[in-house]
Write a protein that binds this ligand. Sequence first.
Ligand code: BGC
Length: 742
Amino acid sequence: MKLKHYVLISLALIISGVSAQKPGKKEAFIDSLMNKMTLEEKIGQLTLFTSGWTTTGPSLKDDYKKDVISGRCGNIFNAHTVEYNRELQEMAVNESRLGIPLMFGYDVIHGYKTIFPIPLAEACSWDTEIIEKSARLAAKEATAAGLNWTFNPMVDISRDPRWGRVAEGAGEDPYLASLIAQAKVRGYQQDNLFSSQTMAACMKHFAAYGAPEAGRDYNTVNMSERRLRELFLPPFKAAVDEGVATVMTAFNELNGIPATGNEFLLKKILREEWDFDGMVVTDYTSINEMVPHGYARDEQHAGELALNAGVDMDMQGAVYYNHLKNSLEEGKVRMENINQSVRNVLSLKYDLGLFDDPYKYLDEEKEEEIVLSDELKKHALVSARESIVLLKNEKHKGSKLLPVKETPEKIALIGPLAHNRKDMTGTWWASADTASIVTVKGGLEKQYPDAKITTVFGCSTKGTGREGFDEAITAAENADLVIMAIGENRLQSGEAASRSDIDLPGQQKALLKAVHKTGKPIISVVMAGRPLTITWMDENIPAIIYAWHLGTRTGDVIADVISGEYNPSGKLVMTFPRNTGQIPIYYNAKNTGRPFDEDNKYTSKYLDVANEPLYPFGYGLSYSEFEYANLKLDKKQLDLGSEIHVSVEVENTGEYTGQEVVQLYLRDEVGSVTRPVKELKGFEKISLKPGEQRTVHFTIDPEDLKFWNADMKYTAEDGRFKVFVGTNSANVLESKFEYVAQ
Ligand code: BGC
């Protein structure tokens, strides 16, 4: 092994009494290393370039390998596989002057090669253990392929399904999203970055990226500090509390200041209030973008604004690379700040164990053994099962269509997603192994080997072509059961994939209508990266399964749900609007001074659509039925330092064993600032056999009542509170209590 320079540094450090990777020695190790570094080498550690394999933006540097050798690029992203990364690591270790190892980043968002459900789908499981395990296994697979840093979790709250990136987040609720953010950080990092099976996590996009005007990606964000703190910051804070190693700044401006040059976000909140001591990286060229934002005169100025605001590493923009030296010479930035950023980067490399063994993530045998292993594929099935949401299951000619227990003689499987591997990955397919993806057709054929399944494409997910309609109609006419596999392709959600009309794209709604005319029983399986406005479908199709984009095991899981082998249990984490005009629509809304009253014209409503969503937050059906009764509070007054115990009886009155997410919401009736009509404060996922009843318990303490009050203090105020417990945010039992601090 050609470890010349690396060995030299290590020897020098050992001789000077500094040994890498010994607890307590980190500071001394980094000091000693930094003493040897030139300014260019320091700036190199603050530089992250893409390998040119995959890009999510412009590729600015073709000669990144040269920069690795000269020490001017200390980190690479979008490079993976042991073979490829080993070659790069050898360059850094053997050919650069100081032999500082590279860190390798990648968007391992819902899997590396084995693909788990998109994050929005997985959030619908309300199961933080499963989510944590997905992150842990994704880390295991990705680290075996040479990676040690993932740009995840994406913890952006959003109330706007036009914004394509809702696919990557955990929905609209800050409480649930915070728990999920923590589960992911635990999964990737497991309190032990040093392990060769864990990787550094990166919470993103800091901050408020999920609130672009009109839902258009990268667009302007403007909101009050209260809204920011109440709604958008909690998942970030939760991830910091869980020890997330890195933070990515957002593309957007927030109240006139781009997030990448935003001292309020990066200094006051992140470092001062939250005490974050990790590393801050930009989003893809977001330093450069402060020029078109109209915040920086030119790139050099943008770099100064970023560094001075506390940005450590420049992703792909080459701004620090090209200009930071000049900025220092001109006195626009301080060496002390550059040093601090370098320290943050080296400290992460140290924690990852790269100074101990730069090749620890680069073991071909491990890659062979772990990537696409059964352990991952099995979990892809478990996690996808829990992600599916059953939206509707009503009778067609006297009986419910789902589950399909008896093998139908003839099934017509219709739609662009019926036998489609590629689009099943969803938005961040990373290095997905498309060949191993089970299609809906594949799953149904395995599930119903004796059925005659006719698969028809029907129409594309885009465009205007209707040539396939006749074939689809004929197939439906000849079948006993029609299954429609429709929705969005993988490019119709995610980054740079905002849509102004979120109905079924292309001609799919027309296709569905045409097939519906045959009068045949239809089950709609909708696969998409966002809530779609499926109002017509809801009014006309008896059974609707919302499957999102489920990844590697898609077909198996959809067949499990259709056949009843698995009883669906997912609950929506985003409100489904009836039409695009209702957006933004969310459950934790304010009451207004004129809440809707049908007898009074001058109340808050639309003339052409109801106020209620199509499906509320927390909604999702099961093949079982759950009845709620006897909501009880053990006392009617809560004092400071005490708790209220809430209990409710839940009974499975259906015929199938099933899981239910029991949800607890609170409403603060009067506040020094107005409070939402409901806020999620607890939930429990339980499993009940037919006829089984369980008492579910929750505890409320004053901490649950806190909010940012009129003086921007995070506190609980005395007064009346409502408690709601139920199967979703709209269907609840209700009780109340009073909070009296003293
Ligand atoms: C996205 C980030 C991503 C980065 C690196 C950007 O375009 O906004 O979420 O991590 O690219 O691929």
